[in-house]
Design a protein around this ligand. Structure first.
Ligand code: PNS
Length: 160
């Protein structure tokens, strides 16, 4: 049984995230999508809301070997506690690489856990949750960038 983790903030999940999760699910027996609980960062959606959106999206895609949970603290501790052998990250553009390489090397140094990089599909290489929120906030159309359930929740949240 080879279990991988796809960690992130997922505030909210985008089609770019789902592209990586779907492809990771083909490479590993089991994939855990782990939402970081980060009290120091202001998020648009609560951790429970983000988990609920991720579960709905992975159910829609029939990703049967994917589960969704949250984690606090160090990712390497989560990996140890859940017998995770690899951290999966998407790489969108070359500027992602510096920070991702540094984190991969730190995590490898801390615990020996490996990081697997999956190149984001070109159609999503510009996509980031932060941009989706900004565009949606100013009335732009993000319907092609997020699952429909996320779009509904985004519009409702931003209208509040
Ligand atoms: O979606 P994000 O916010 O870019 O995800 C970043 C995340 C959650 C993968 C990263 O911040 C992380 O792993 N945080 C957990 C704390 C930790 O282990 N820090 C050391 C990283 S080398």
């Amino acid at each position: 049984m080879r279990r991988a983790v796809c960690p992130g903030s997922f505030d909210p999940v985008t089609n770019g995230h789902l592209d990586i999760v779907r492809r990771a699910a083909r490479l590993f027996d089991e994939v855990v999508v782990a939402v970081l609980v980060n009290e120091s960062k202001q998020q648009l959606f609560s951790v429970d809301e983000r988990i609920s959106m991720l579960r709905a999206a992975t159910d829609t895609l029939s990703l049967d070997n994917v589960t969704v949970t949250s984690f606090q603290g160090l990712l390497v501790d989560f990996c140890r506690d859940h017998s995770v052998v690899a951290i999966v990250k998407g790489l969108r553009v070359v500027t992602d690489f510096d920070a991702e390489l540094q984190m991969a090397q730190m995590n490898q140094n801390l615990s020996g856990v490996e990081t697997v990089f999956i190149p984001t599909s070109p159609e999503w290489s510009f996509l980031a949750s932060s941009l989706v929120k900004e565009v949606a906030r100013f009335g732009g159309d993000v319907s092609a960038l997020v699952p429909s359930d996320v779009l509904d929740r985004l519009q409702r949240r931003l209208a509040e």
